[in-house]
Design a protein around this ligand. Structure first.
Ligand SMILES: [Zn+2]
Length: 85
C-alpha cells in the first residue's frame, strides 16, 4: 500500500487524503462492492490496524456483529477480554 495513513482517536487507520477508514476500504475490495450503511467490518484477531483480507470479516448489521462477539467470548473464554476492547 502506497497511500499515506494515520491512526485516528479510536485506533483505526485512515487515509490521510480522504479520511476514509482503511479497513472499510479494504473490505470493499475484498467483497467487490461498496459497503452498505450499517455494515460492520470486524477485525478477526482484534488488532485494529491489521487490515489483511484474512483478518477482515463483514457483518450486515451491528446486531450480527455483536452476536458474533458474544459467541466468541463463549467459545474462547476470557482470553479476548484481556485485550482492550
Ligand atoms: Zn468485532
Amino acid at each position: 500500500m502506497t497511500k499515506k495513513t494515520y491512526r485516528d482517536a479510536q485506533g483505526y487507520l485512515r487515509f490521510v487524503d480522504s479520511g476514509k477508514l482503511v479497513h472499510r476500504w479494504k473490505a470493499e475490495r475484498k467483497i467487490g462492492r461498496k459497503l452498505q450503511l450499517g455494515e460492520i467490518v470486524h477485525h478477526e484477531n482484534k488488532i485494529k490496524i491489521d487490515n489483511r483480507y484474512s483478518n477482515l470479516r463483514i457483518f450486515n448489521s451491528r446486531k450480527a456483529h455483536q452476536a458474533y462477539h458474544i459467541k466468541r467470548a463463549w467459545t474462547r473464554g476470557r482470553r479476548s477480554k484481556t485485550l482492550k476492547r
